[in-house]
Unconditional design. Structure first.
Length: 216
């Protein structure tokens, strides 16, 4: 996955509470067998009319927002279904960061497992950031992952992120790579655990023997 240390980019305000995954990518765009082409369906009902023509009132269709890489939204962003496509489609649209006071739990995990930064701010800070953004005149925010800060001119807000998730974003690690990064600690724990409970080291051989007998 691509590393993210600091980004300064256009931020699109989406002052919507409980924006769910079906609003992010409607179910009709989940028919493919791979991740390709999902950007077309991202925020489809916001971006397009029923005849497929662009909706002029949608922030993503306005001049200057073509390069949007940051979304600032209301609480409980990404609630609803567990579809991972909600993360993939935003990434294919160029989104690197979503800022909100809270997120749907599964969506939040999906973000970090795929390299999308979900930056949690307080409700008060979330409202203040939204109040300083415009859906007509593009405004750029700076998000600093190392400092866990969001900056705009002389304003600075902190965002919450666990050490593990911060490391995944900074180093571009997925779940497997994040686990393998601690492989020596994992091996050390296993060795200590097996010394304390030596019978556990024999379990794989016992299980294998049992399977062989079952096969007979």
């Amino acid at each position: 996955m691509e590393k993210l240390i600091q980004i300064t980019a256009v931020a699109a305000p989406l002052p919507i509470d409980n924006l769910d995954t079906d609003q992010i990518i409607p179910k009709q765009f989940l028919r493919g067998i791979d991740r390709q082409g999902l950007q077309k369906g991202c925020f489809y009902n916001m971006r397009f009319n029923s005849d497929g023509s662009p909706r002029s009132e949608c922030v993503f269709n306005r001049a200057g927002f073509e390069t949007t890489q940051i979304i600032v939204a209301g609480p409980n962003y990404g609630c609803g279904s567990s579809r991972e496509h909600a993360v993939w489609s935003q990434q294919q649209m160029g989104i690197r960061v979503v800022i909100a006071p809270s997120f749907g739990e599964i969506f939040y995990s999906n973000c970090f497992n795929n390299g999308l930064l979900a930056a949690k701010v307080s409700e008060a800070d979330g409202k203040e950031i939204l109040s300083l953004l415009s859906d007509v005149e593009p405004t750029k925010l700076t998000v600093d992952v190392e400092k866990r800060e969001i900056r705009l001119d002389d304003h600075c807000w902190s965002f919450a992120i666990s050490d593990r998730h911060q490391r995944m974003i900074l180093e571009g690690l997925d779940m497997v790579e994040s686990t393998l990064a601690d492989i020596e600690e994992i091996k050390a724990f296993r060795d200590q655990h097996e010394k304390r409970f030596p019978w556990m080291a024999k379990l794989p051989a016992i299980a294998k023997a049992h399977l062989v007998r079952c096969g007979d």
